[in-house]
Design a protein around this ligand. Structure first.
Ligand SMILES: [Fe+2]
Ligand SMILES: [Fe+2]
Length: 413
């Protein structure tokens, strides 16, 4: 099967996986094995469905790589978040349903641990009809993936806990799922404003971590609440919230580096990546390779280098199943991810440089890690060579996993 952007659907393409309904992700708009009606394309785009999986006889093995259970687990988390958030917004519920979130996160985590593909990002939710809720689910998923990669680091960074407690990701999942919950307290005209925000509106938006932290006070454990409070606090000390001494009212120095709780440092990069790769009212979604390029080049110093490196090891710039054009003109599909050389995955050629179709792409497999003379040139209409060259040129930060004595939890009130 192949990932196909919805605007590229052609007559005769048959769904390899069902398309979930954006209004109720536990139901389907179209079942698997159905031909996708081309005249449905504008409606799918309107509903926030940008990519579908279609059948490709010679690539059936890709189906085995991407377990459908993953998107089911993600949708399960989404449904709980959505139900509770909507009940709160309409005044039918006064509190966050922390217990139910914990159960859904536990199920998602158990699923991720048993995945055949290891802990690599395979797919995240489309925007469905509500950005805040699908974004929350995606940041939770990405944070768990990165956390799973960093067990030793978490033990060092949370040294006041037993090793078992320190690497327990439940509260990372909860904090990252609720990281933007404070946006429910931001006026809708600012939250959904299509154009640029004024300076005053930006100031209002910057209140959402603190508003969320207040909402969680007394309801969620501090480790989760700290993720909510600090998910916009950058490693280099930039970002927000502003810290004020509760007794004197004096401004305090911002948290920076390892003063920022490690779970928040993980959620920060997951948050920025998901925001960049999701279509919103004021900007288009970027390709994974474009978003990774931006994180690596425009936000230098913003992230904990250890976490940043783990992030690049779990987020493929070219997802499995994506169709790409190689620098020699051949068309190929990505069939594997190379964590050591993420920009050089294994591909199988679908068409030759002259356009000749290959009946069996498995006979035309190229490990780009072994062939430096060929690289991925385009994804759809986007030229990706400049992104990947520059991204590769930025040296990978060294992995440091030594214990840090002064890494103590910080309570900010
Ligand atoms: Fe946020
Ligand atoms: Fe966010």
């Amino acid at each position: 099967m192949l990932r196909v952007p919805v605007h590229k659907i052609e007559p005769g393409m048959v769904l390899a996986r069902p398309i979930p309904s954006p209004n109720d992700p536990r139901r389907y708009l179209l079942q698997r094995d159905r031909e996708v009606p081309v005249d449905l394309v504008p409606r799918l785009l309107e509903l926030g469905v940008y990519e579908v999986w279609v059948r490709c006889r010679s690539l059936e093995f890709v189906e085995g790589l991407i377990d459908e259970g993953l998107s089911e687990q993600q949708r399960e988390v989404y449904v709980h978040v959505r139900r509770n958030f909507e009940a709160m917004l309409s005044g039918q519920a006064a509190e966050l349903d922390i217990g139910r979130f914990q159960t859904a996160i536990g199920d998602l985590f158990s699923f991720l641990k048993g995945q055949r593909c290891g802990n690599v990002m395979l797919e995240k939710l489309d925007a469905f009809d509500n950005y805040l809720m699908s974004h929350s689910t995606n940041v939770c998923y990405l944070s768990l993936l990165v956390g799973m990669k960093l067990e030793r680091y978490l033990i060092a960074e949370r040294s006041w806990k037993t090793a078992r407690e320190a690497k327990d990701l439940q509260l990372l999942g909860l904090g990252s799922l609720l990281h933007d919950v404070g946006k429910m307290r931001i006026p809708t005209e600012i939250l959904h404003k299509p154009g640029r925000l004024t300076e005053h509106e930006m100031d209002v938006m910057r209140q959402h971590p603190r508003l969320g932290f207040e909402m969680l006070r007394g309801q969620a454990p501090p480790a989760a609440a700290q993720v909510v409070l600090n998910h916009h606090q950058r490693y280099d000390g930039q970002g927000y919230p502003e810290r004020v001494d509760a007794r004197t009212g004096d401004k305090m120095a911002p948290l920076a580096g390892r003063q920022i709780p490690v779970f928040a440092r993980i959620a920060t990069i997951a948050d920025m990546y998901d925001a960049a790769t999701t279509k919103r009212c004021y900007c288009d979604a970027k390709l994974p390779v474009q978003a990774l390029y931006e994180l690596r080049t425009m936000y230098q110093g913003a992230f904990d280098p250890v976490i940043e490196r783990a992030f690049y090891e779990v987020i493929p710039p070219f997802p499995i199943g994506q169709i790409v054009q190689l620098s020699d003109g051949a068309k190929a599909v990505v069939v594997d991810f190379n964590a050591r050389r993420p920009f050089r995955p294994k591909v199988q050629c679908l068409r030759s440089p002259t356009g000749e179709r290959f009946a069996d792409p498995s006979l035309r497999e190229i490990d780009l890690g072994l062939y430096p003379e060929v690289e991925i040139a385009r994804v759809g209409e986007v030229e990706v060579q400049p992104f990947q060259r520059l991204s590769e040129a930025v040296a990978a930060p060294p992995l440091q996993v030594e214990a840090i004595d002064d890494a103590m939890p910080l309570e900010v009130h």
